[in-house]
Design a protein around this ligand. Sequence first.
Ligand code: SAM
Length: 227
Amino acid sequence: MSAPAAYSHFGIEVAAYDATIVRYIPHYRELLDTIAGWLVGHVPEGGLVIDLGAGTGALAATVAAALPTATLELVDADAGMLAAARTRLGDAARVRTRQADFAEPLPPCAAVVASLALHHVAEPAAKQALYAAIHAALAPGGVLLIGDCVLHDRGPGEARVRAAWAAHMQAHGMTAAEAAEAFARWDAEDHYLPLATELDLLAAAGFARPDVYWRRGPCAVYGGFRE
Ligand SMILES: C[S@@+](CC[C@H](N)C(=O)[O-])C[C@H]1O[C@@H](n2cnc3c(N)ncnc32)[C@H](O)[C@@H]1O
């Protein structure tokens, strides 16, 4: 699980990230809103929410709006992305950033969230270890919510989902060749697992009832509560 020195994933420069990610990822806004919505009622007043791979802070800003009293910690390996997140979220005392790898220890918290970030963890064993560390950091009743692409290279649904994904990119101004080039680049860089495998890793890491809270196109929101 190596931390990137400078962020270039999805081929996006930091300054262009927010405008570009919605062209690449179908239903991105809905994914963020789903995660924030599922936090409501499960984070006590002042409770800490950790956003892993926070990037430019789109998810953290959505969570901050949904939970006006929560404290937020944005974790990311990339200093440029965190600088953009600080600009977006302002210097509110309840928001802090930490430049760190996912593998570094987590403080005790009420919730952990991540959007389009944990597919950077290459090995399933490392992902299970990360899920176990998150489970240990969560207070009883705390929740892990992951929004990510779960497209994988087996099964009859794959071609159908990819076609709809490519159509989304083309509807947002990309050519078919550019969409194909993006898929080729992501296939080489990213580590998407079948959703069933993700649920198995969560269960093995200690989440008693891992579940899927939303799924649309190539993306899903899944995770579990610490019981
Ligand atoms: C595609 S961006 C997603 C950003 C944001 N969560 C969003 O929804 O747009 C993935 C982020 O994960 C960060 N990242 C990737 N691998 C990491 C690692 N091993 N440790 C910490 N951050 C990492 C990258 O720097 C990047 O900001």
